[in-house]
Design a protein around this ligand. Structure first.
Ligand code: FAE
Length: 510
C-alpha cells in the first residue's frame, strides 16, 4: 500500500505576526531544524516559496511523469530545460505553461543548477540515493567537525529520520527493472573497479509490489525528476510529518522571503512575498521573528545573504558570505553498449549503486537510470568528482541580482576524473561514449549540477554550529554550510550536519 501523504498545514501568516522561530525553506536542513525545535517545545513557522504539492491535478496525480513534462514540471519556465536535452539527434525540450512547478533549472553564467521547489525541497525531485561518505573522506568534507560524533551519533540519526533502507539483493539480481544496473556492475568489475550498493529512501517493498502490478507504479513508471506520486519517502513523509505531529510546526507555501533585517525592538523583521501559481506577487507582508534559520538551500541561502550583506540590511555579516561554493564535482555521460548488451526498456528511476574510484581517480559514479520506456542500449552515469574549483556569489547592483562566477571550463578536472573510469571501461568493452544526450556530438553533461553546496561555509561565514557571525539569532542550517563537495550524494550529510548543529543550538541558545 502507498505511504499516505500527510497534509502539511497551509498555515495563515498574517502581517505583523511575532514568531519565536521562522525557518526559510522546507528542504533537509529546514525540516530537521523544525522537528527538533518543536520537540524541544518551541513553536516554529516555516515559509516555502514553492507549492505544497498535496493536491492532484486534472489527471488525478500530484506530479507529472519524467517522460511527459507539463505545467507542474518546471519552476516559472515557458519551455522545459531537461538535464538530458537530446536523444538520437532530436532535441527533447518542449513548450509548457508558466507555473510554479516542482523543478527549478536556475541559470547562472557558467552553470545550470537544478533544485526542488515546494514543501519538502529537494526531496520532492531527487533520486533518493542516501549515501554516507566513506569515513576516511570525511576530513575533507567538513574539516572543522568531529568525525567520531558524526559517525557515531548524527549520521545514524539522520539515516533513521530519513527512513533510509537497502534494496533486497536477491530481488535486485533478477528484477528486469535493474538490468541496467547489473550491466553497469558487469562493466565496472571487468575493468577492476569497486562496484558498491548504496542505500535509498524509496520504499523497496512498494517497488517490489509495483513490479507485480499490485500497486500503482511510480519508480517503475519512470517518475523522479518532476516528483514521485508513490513510493519515495520524501521529507513530507518523514521529518515534516513528524514535525507536524508535534502540533508546533506550521508551514506557509508559496511564500518567498525577500529580506531579513534587525527589528527595532529586537529580533528580525522578515519581508515575504506571497505568490500565485504564475509567480506573481499577490501580497507582501512583514513579520517579526526572534530567530531566523536560513534553510533555503545552498543557492537560496547564499543569494539572500549575499544581497542582504551588500545592500546593508545585515551589515554585521562577514566577508565569507557567498564564498566557497562548489558543484559537488557533478558531470554526466553516457556509453553506447553493444547490441548483445541491452540495458532494458523497463528501468527503475531509483538508482541503487555506484562505481567507487574516489581514491585512485577522484570520481564516484552513480549508475543512473534512463527511464525512457524503450531499449536504448545505453549506460548513463552521474559522476561526483573531486573538483577543486570554488565559485563566489556577488551582488550586481545595476542588474539587481546576485551572480555566481562559476566557469563552464572549470568542469574539465571533473571530466578528466570521470574519464579515469569510463575511458578504461570503454577500452575493455570495445564501446564508445554516447554523443547525443547533451546536444549534437557532445559527450559530457558539463553544464549543470544537481548538488549545489556552500556559499555560507561552516566555521567561516558562521561559527562551528551555523550561527551567522555578526547577527545573534540568525542561523544557516542547509547545504550552504558545506564547502562545495561531499564525495558522494549530499542529502544525508546535509541532514546529519543539521542534526548535529541544532542539538547544540537548542542546548545553548534556547
Ligand atoms: P533544499 O532541499 O534545496 O531546500 C531548500 C528549500 O528552500 C526549497 O524548497 C526552496 O524552494 C526553498 N526556498 C529557497 N529560497 C527561498 C526563499 N527566498 N523563501 C522561501 N523558500 C525558499 O535545501 N542528493 C542526494 O543525496 N541523493 C540523490 O539521489 C539526489 N538526487 C538529486 C536529483 C535531482 C534532480 C536534484 C535537483 C537534486 C538531487 N540531490 C540528491 C540533491 C539534494 O536534493 C540536495 O542536496 C538537497 O535537497 C539540499 O538540501 P537543502 O536543505 O540544502
Amino acid at each position: 500500500m502507498a505511504l499516505p501523504v500527510p497534509s502539511v498545514s497551509a498555515a495563515p501568516l498574517p502581517p505583523g505576526t511575532r514568531l519565536p522561530v521562522l525557518v526559510i525553506g522546507t528542504g533537509y536542513g529546514g525540516s530537521v531544524a523544525a522537528l527538533r525545535l518543536a520537540q524541544a517545545g518551541v513553536d516554529v513557522h516555516m515559509v516555502e516559496m514553492g507549492m505544497s504539492w498535496d493536491t492532484p491535478g486534472p489527471d488525478g496525480r500530484v506530479f507529472a511523469n519524467t517522460t511527459r513534462p507539463d505545467y507542474r514540471s518546471f519552476w516559472l519556465r515557458t519551455r522545459t530545460k531537461q538535464p538530458l536535452s537530446n536523444f538520437l539527434g532530436f532535441p527533447l525540450d518542449k513548450d509548457i505553461p508558466r507555473y510554479t512547478g516542482v523543478l527549478d533549472a536556475e541559470e547562472f553564467g557558467g552553470i545550470t543548477v537544478y533544485q526542488g521547489r515546494g514543501v519538502g525541497g529537494g526531496s520532492l525531485v531527487n533520486g533518493g540515493m542516501a549515501v554516507t561518505p566513506r569515513r576516511e573522506n570525511f576530513g575533507a568534507v567538513l574539516p572543522t567537525v568531529n568525525a567520531d560524533e558524526m559517525y557515531e551519533v548524527y549520521y545514524p540519526r539522520a539515516n533513521a529520520g530519513l527512513g533510509v533502507n537497502q534494496v533486497d539483493p536477491d530481488w535486485w539480481e533478477s528484477a528486469p527493472c535493474y538490468q541496467y544496473a547489473r550491466v553497469g556492475r558487469k562493466h565496472a568489475r571487468r575493468s577492476g573497479f569497486p562496484f558498491v550498493f548504496v542505500p535509498n529512501v524509496y520504499d523497496w517493498d512498494y517497488m517490489e509490489r509495483e513490479a507485480t502490478g499490485a500497486v500503482p507504479k511510480s519508480a517503475l513508471a519512470g517518475e523522479v525528476l518532476y516528483g514521485n506520486n508513490h513510493g519515495k519517502k520524501t521529507l513530507r513523509k518523514t521529518y515534516l510529518a513528524e514535525a507536524e505531529a508535534t502540533g508546533r510546526v506550521s508551514v506557509s507555501a508559496l511564500h518567498k522571503v525577500t529580506s531579513v533585517a534587525p527589528a527595532p525592538g529586537g529580533g528580525y523583521t522578515v519581508l515575504i512575498d506571497e505568490l500565485d501559481t504564475t509567480g506573481a506577487t499577490t501580497a507582501t507582508k512583514s513579520v517579526t521573528a526572534d530567530r531566523v534559520f536560513f534553510a533555503a538551500g545552498s543557492i537560496g541561502t547564499s543569494k539572500l545573504l549575499t544581497r542582504l550583506k551588500a545592500t546593508g540590511a545585515l551589515p554585521g555579516l562577514n566577508g565569507e558570505i557567498g564564498k566557497g561554493w562548489g558543484d559537488n564535482g557533478n558531470v554526466m555521460c553516457g556509453r553506447a553498449n553493444h547490441l548483445w548488451d541491452p540495458t532494458g526498456k523497463l528501468q527503475s528511476s531509483m538508482p541503487t549503486a555506484g562505481i567507487d574510484n574516489w581514491e585512485a581517480g577522484g570520481a564516484f559514479a552513480e549508475v543512473a537510470p534512463l527511464p525512457t520506456g524503450i531499449e536504448t542500449y545505453a549506460s548513463f552515469y552521474l559522476s561526483i568528482t573531486k573538483n577543486p574549483h570554488r565559485a563566489e556569489f556577488t551582488w550586481n547592483a545595476a542588474a539587481g541580482r546576485v551572480e555566481l562566477n562559476w566557469q563552464t571550463a572549470w568542469k574539465q578536472p571533473s571530466i578528466d576524473m570521470a574519464k579515469t573510469i569510463f575511458d578504461k571501461i570503454n577500452a575493455k568493452e570495445g564501446t564508445i561514449y554516447r554523443t547525443d544526450f547533451f546536444g549534437f556530438y557532445k559527450i559530457w553533461g558539463d553544464h549543470l549540477t544537481y548538488h549545489p553546496l556552500g556559499g555560507a561555509v561552516l566555521g567561516r561565514a558562521t561559527d562551528n554550529y551555523g550561527r551567522l557571525h555578526g547577527h545573534p539569532g540568525l542561523y544557516v542550517i542547509d547545504g550552504a554550510l558545506i564547502p562545495g563537495n561531499t564525495s558522494v550524494n549530499p542529502f544525508v550529510t546535509i541532514t546529519a550536519l543539521a542534526e548535529r548543529n541544532i542539538e547544540t543550538i537548542i542546548a545553548a541558545d534556547l
